[in-house]
Design a protein around this ligand. Structure first.
Ligand SMILES: [Zn+2]
Length: 245
C-alpha cells in the first residue's frame, strides 16, 4: 500500500536534532495546523532539502502522512525567508520568540486555526519596520484573544465606569479605584493605560509607535507577559531579554 502524500505551505518554527543526520521539524501550515515532521539526512552536506526547512523559512513541503502524530518529509521547496533583511541580534531573537510562542500555543490548541498562521506571518512582516517590544506586546494580546481571553480595556471590569486607575490581572484588565479589592495591581500613567488599550485593540498589521515612548511600551510588554502566563499558563522563554529595566 502506498503512503498518502500531502502538500502544505508552512512556516518552519523549530528544529530538534535526531540521530546523526536527521531532524524533527515543527512547522505551522497556512491552515493553522501544527505539523511534526521527520526529516531524514538533513544534516548531510549534500541534502537538497536543508535550506528550505531552516527555522523561520516559509516553504512548500511534500510529506508522507504518518500513521501517528508525525509525518515524514519527502521534499521541501523554499518560498521565502520570513526574516530576510533582519540584521540585528534583537530582531532575530524577537522573531524566534514569536515562533516559539506560536509553537507552544498550537501544541495546546485543538484543531487548526488559520488565524494563528496569519498572526505569525503578519507579526514577522511588521517586525521588519516596527519596535520589537510593541510587536511582542500586540502579539501576546492577539494570542490571548485567539485563546478566548479578551482583556477588559473599555472601562472598569467590575462597574463599567470609564474612570480607570489600574490594570489588574485578577479583574482581567482595567479596574477603577472604588472596585479595587486587592493591591496586586499595576499602577501606570494615563499614557500607559492608553497604550494598554491600544495594544489590545489594534490590528497587528497596523501598529505604529508614533504616540508612544519606549519605556511605556517596555513596561506594557512586561504586563502583557504576566497576563499571558497567568491566563494561558505557558511560560515565555527569553522574553526578559526584550524588556528594558
Ligand atoms: Zn469600577
Amino acid at each position: 500500500m502506498s503512503k498518502e502524500i500531502i502538500n502544505i505551505d508552512a512556516i518552519i518554527l523549530h528544529h530538534v536534532d535526531y540521530k546523526d543526520n536527521d531532524v524533527i521539524v515543527t512547522a505551522l501550515s497556512t491552515s493553522g495546523k501544527l505539523h511534526s515532521i521527520y526529516a531524514r539526512g538533513i544534516k548531510k552536506l549534500k541534502s537538497k532539502n536543508a535550506a528550505a526547512i531552516q527555522p523561520l523559512m516559509h516553504s512548500h513541503l511534500t510529506l508522507f502522512k504518518g500513521s501517528k502524530q508525525m509525518d515524514t518529509l519527502k521534499h521541501a521547496q523554499y518560498i521565502f525567508n520570513t526574516v530576510e533583511g533582519f540584521n540585528d541580534y534583537d530582531k532575530m531573537l524577537t522573531a524566534f520568540i514569536l515562533a516559539d510562542m506560536m509553537r507552544k500555543q498550537c501544541e495546546d490548541q485543538i484543531g487548526a486555526d488559520p488565524q494563528l498562521y496569519m498572526l505569525l506571518k503578519n507579526a514577522l512582516t511588521v517586525l521588519k519596520t516596527q519596535s520589537n517590544t510593541l510587536v511582542l506586546a500586540v502579539y501576546l494580546a492577539k494570542l490571548l484573544q485567539l485563546n478566548g481571553q479578551h482583556l477588559i480595556v473599555d472601562g472598569c471590569g467590575m462597574c463599567g465606569k470609564h474612570h480607570i486607575n489600574y490594570i489588574s490581572i485578577e479583574h482581567g484588565g482595567f479596574v477603577c479605584h472604588s472596585c479595587l479589592k486587592h493591591n496586586d495591581v499595576y499602577q501606570v500613567s494615563s499614557d500607559g493605560l492608553k497604550l494598554f488599550r491600544y495594544i489590545n485593540k489594534v490590528n497587528i498589521e497596523k501598529i505604529d509607535m508614533i504616540n508612544f515612548v519606549d519605556d511605556d511600551v517596555s513596561n506594557t510588554l512586561k504586563i502583557m507577559v504576566a497576563f499571558y502566563e497567568h491566563y494561558v499558563g505557558i511560560k515565555i522563554s527569553n522574553i526578559e531579554q526584550c524588556i528594558k529595566e
